[in-house]
Design a protein around this ligand. Structure first.
Ligand SMILES: Cc1ncc(COP(=O)(O)O)c(C=O)c1O
Length: 396
């Protein structure tokens, strides 16, 4: 019998429809994947070269906290963007995912509550279950660009048991970027209610329209209650490397994070070597990538805007957008797209948004789309969604 804890855990809504997509592919259909944030931007060659250049006879464990070269380069990167983290403030993790789990484990006990906004990154649920935590949320709305609600609404979701405020900024799945004032407000709330802040900033470089990024680490007065979660997955289009980190100035938390890292021995040695090289790329590396994502964002918003009844918010960060569709049940529609629809042998996979909500009914008519494909493919995928909606309506 599988444990109750895992039984209660929902399956990631990003991959939930994968069996249907696989079946569609087996039947010869081409599937455009707008369901998952796996960018097709090339991983910089320097990553692979650095690994090729490794000349060792034994592939040994890396130090639990991370290899010194990566800790050094990662800290330099933080310093360059104005965040005062030193190598001793970091722990290299198996992706941002492990950074998240470790951060939750060192700041909470079983039965505690985590506060976050709704919708939130669906895989957070996995970690809440693993750590035995409850989630409470404050709502944000597609029609208001997923901006923060007023202080009172946020505070209403805080109880005696709330220990942690977890925020993804830029936001997955919303594409929202919080302003300096919004970050300040959240910082004040965390202080007033004595909450730790877990700042998931893995999309930090992906901000458009000249918007400014404000890190929680820029707030002097929350430093002691803050862990920044980070990753090279999206930053350098290196999702498969599985390299991330935690960064904190709180010595007790840092010690606890190192303890957890020691318990799982190490993050992968070769990928850390590759990651070290990535952090040595010239600063302008991100300019081109950002430009490309801006064009993709413009493309998806324009194309979705042509489909009658579809409502989106303006995505100013990460590479996601929530689309509210003229359907009752977006999961049923997303499945229909894979099982019952194609145009010239092509269809689209989307992530039903309900899984990104605590109150799943709030996201029932929405999907999350990742604009991680070339523009021509995004255009075609949106055309297919439009045609699919027509067919779906006829069927109903
Ligand atoms: C908001 C957010 N945080 C963390 C992660 C974890 O990424 P990884 O484990 O690949 O670093 C993701 C991945 O999609 C994400 O979207």
């Amino acid at each position: 019998m599988v444990s109750k804890r895992i039984q209660a855990m929902p399956f990631s809504s990003i991959r939930k429809l994968t069996p249907f997509a696989n079946e569609a592919k087996k039947n010869g259909k081409t599937v455009y994947h707008l369901n998952i944030g796996a960018p097709d931007v090339k991983t910089p060659k320097t990553f692979f070269q650095a690994i090729k250049d490794v000349d060792v006879e034994v592939l040994s464990y890396a130090p639990s906290q991370g290899i010194p070269e990566l800790l050094e380069e990662n800290a330099k990167y933080f310093q360059k963007i104005g965040l005062d983290f030193k190598p001793e403030d970091l722990v290299i993790t198996n992706g941002g995912s492990e950074a998240l789990l470790f951060s939750l484990l060192v700041t909470t006990d079983v039965g505690d509550e985590v506060l976050t906004c709704e919708p939130f990154y669906t895989n957070y649920k996995t970690y809440f279950h693993e750590a035995g935590l409850k989630v409470t949320t404050f709502p944000t709305d597609v029609k208001e660009g997923f901006a923060l609600p007023v202080r009172e609404v946020i505070e209403k979701a805080i109880s005696e048991k709330t220990k942690v405020l977890l925020i993804s900024n830029p936001g997955n799945p919303t594409g929202a970027v919080y302003s300096k004032e919004e970050i300040r407000l959240l910082g004040d709330i965390a202080k007033d209610h004595d909450l730790y802040i877990l700042a998931d900033e893995v999309y930090r470089e992906f901000i458009y329209d000249g918007k400014e990024f404000t890190s929680f680490a820029a707030l002097e007065d929350v430093k002691d209650r803050l862990i920044v979660l980070d990753s090279i997955s999206k930053r350098f289009s290196a999702c498969g490397a599985r390299v991330g980190c935690t960064a904190t100035k709180n010595k007790d938390l840092q010690q606890a994070l190192v303890k957890l890292a020691t318990g799982r021995l190490a993050a992968p040695t070769l990928e850390q070597v590759g990651a070290t090289a990535l952090y040595q790329l010239p600063d302008d590396y991100f300019d081109e990538v950002r430009e490309e994502y801006t064009l993709r964002r413009n493309c998806i918003e324009e194309e979705l805007g042509k489909i009658p009844g579809v409502v989106t918010s303006h995505s100013t960060g990460a590479f996601y957008i929530i689309a509210d569709l003229p359907v009752e049940d977006s999961e049923d529609f997303a499945r229909f797209m894979l099982t019952d629809f194609d145009h010239k042998g092509e269809t689209v996979m989307m992530a039903p948004a309900a899984g990104f909500y605590q109150h799943t009914e709030r996201g029932k008519s929405q999907v999350r789309l990742a604009y991680v494909l070339e523009r021509e493919k995004i255009k075609r995928a949106c055309e297919l969604i439009g045609m699919g909606l027509e067919k779906y309506k006829e069927k109903k």
